[in-house]
Design a protein around this ligand. Sequence first.
Ligand code: HPA
Length: 236
Amino acid sequence: MIETPHIKCNKEDISKIVLMPGDPLRAKFIAQTYLKDYKLVNSVRNMLAYTGFYKGKKITVFSSGMGMASMGIYCYELYKFFDVKYIIRIGSCGSTDKDVKLLDTILSTSSYTETNFSYTYSSVNVNEVNSSEYLNNIIINKNKNIKRGKTVCSMVFDAYIDNQDEYNKRLPQNVLAVEMEAFALFYIAKLLNKEATCLLTVSDSLHDKKQISSSDRQLKLKEMIEIALEASLEVE
Ligand code: HPA
């Protein structure tokens, strides 16, 4: 049994590939819906994690919590102390591009942040980091038309930013979506020589004000989860 400050679990109960939703209850839903012979492998702080088998392959679904601080803690500990090699974040995002519609699935090929996460972590200023080409190629080969590109990683939920126009003006022009965890994941993966990428479902759109039904939302989340699970079968 390994006990880190935030995870208590047997090393062999964590697979080399980990899918990371933000929400602990989504981790539970994924285990219940898709994994055979699954078991709860972490419950410290209710950051629920399950390991089971998808089409015969051992897969761990570990929740990250919200924001770079929480993601940074869990991905660091998984990579460093549990021999995890690959992490695919599966989350939601707000879209900033008029061609990105509500409920689209997006692959983040790089994450931009204006925060000082990299400076605090490693005393250098880095504002953009790519996701894993290896994982992205697996995903793109199986989903040729998936929308992909740069996403923004924010420290503040964008709807709550005081002056959103000023914030948007400062961001690079060619970003597809905004979320709050990918930069920490990609940056830590890079520094630890690991692999990480991020799939996102658009849950909020700045352009598209229409309401979406909860059944549509659930269906599209399932589409993203299945892309991640199928990609997991191909690694190593
Ligand atoms: N902004 C940041 N993160 C998010 C959003 C958003 O609009 N929607 C879902 N995650």
